[in-house]
Design a protein around this ligand. Structure first.
Ligand SMILES: Cc1cc2nc3c(=O)[nH]c(=O)nc-3n(C[C@H](O)[C@H](O)[C@H](O)COP(=O)(O)OP(=O)(O)OC[C@H]3O[C@@H](n4cnc5c(N)ncnc54)[C@H](O)[C@@H]3O)c2cc1C
Length: 205
């Protein structure tokens, strides 16, 4: 089928988890919207490789889009799972220091998490048993065993700091009605439903 983009009320490019979330959110408002996907089926690129973690946005600077959309998306995702009967577990997460020097960073993350609604991820420095008892007294040494560790590659210039999501309406660049999503590399699954809300708010009625 050949379809002119101009003939559709809305065209979404890419049927990964983010494009699907945006399409689901906007389908009622833009009847007949088109979701384009270059692969044979949806969700077969980045979205097929996620680690199944619903993040709390703990690591991102307060006020950043990543932090804000993770907190909101975390809630929306659990609500959607419950509503749609999607099996899931809320198992919590241990953030582990492997050296005594990393303990200060754990304290910083804990303060950050407690100071916002981003708590629920626990810090647990293995380097210090006393610290562990203070932070998570319910966990005993015998509850812990080492498991897999891995590296996730990402492109970043030397010395480049935190990079936030970009969700932008492009009227200012001469492209009214276009919303660009850039840098939704990780974590993009957790905030996907919140990103869809963001896109919805940027599009004209
Ligand atoms: C190893 C790994 C683990 C991860 N674990 C987690 C996790 O546990 N929790 C979490 O929240 N996030 C996680 N993430 C991040 C998350 O998977 C991604 O942020 C998210 O899947 C991005 O979704 P997306 O829809 O933006 O991109 P994609 O899923 O890559 O979708 C983009 C789609 O666009 C299509 N496309 C591209 N160009 C065109 C074109 N010109 N025309 C038509 N179609 C096009 C592609 O074929 C693709 O299907 C992980 C990422 C990785 C790599």
């Amino acid at each position: 089928m050949i379809l002119a983009v101009a003939d559709t009320p809305l065209t979404i490019v890419g049927a990964g988890v983010v494009g699907l979330a945006v399409a689901a959110r906007l389908a009622a408002r833009f009847t007949g919207l088109v979701l384009l996907e270059r692969r044979e089926r949806h969700g077969s690129e980045g979205s097929s490789r996620n680690s199944e973690v619903v993040h709390a946005g703990l690591y991102y600077p307060t006020g950043s889009m990543k932090a804000r959309l993770c907190v909101r998306g975390n809630r929306l995702l659990y609500e959607a799972c419950a509503r749609e009967g999607i099996p899931h577990q809320r198992i919590g997460k241990l953030v582990v220091a492997t050296t005594a020097a990393e303990t200060a960073e754990l304290e910083r993350l804990l303060t950050l998490g407690r100071g916002s609604s981003r708590a629920r991820e626990w810090s647990m420095p293995r380097a210090s048993a006393r610290m562990r008892w203070r932070l998570v007294p319910q966990i005993q040494d015998e509850d812990l065993s080492p498991d897999i560790a891995g590296i996730r590659a990402r492109l970043q210039a030397p010395g480049e700091g935190f990079r936030d999501f970009v969700v932008a309406e492009e009227t200012g660049r001469g492209r009214p009605g276009l919303v660009s999503l850039v840098g939704i590399d990780s974590p993009g699954l957790t905030p996907s439903l919140a990103i869809a809300e963001e896109v919805d708010a940027l599009l004209p009625s």
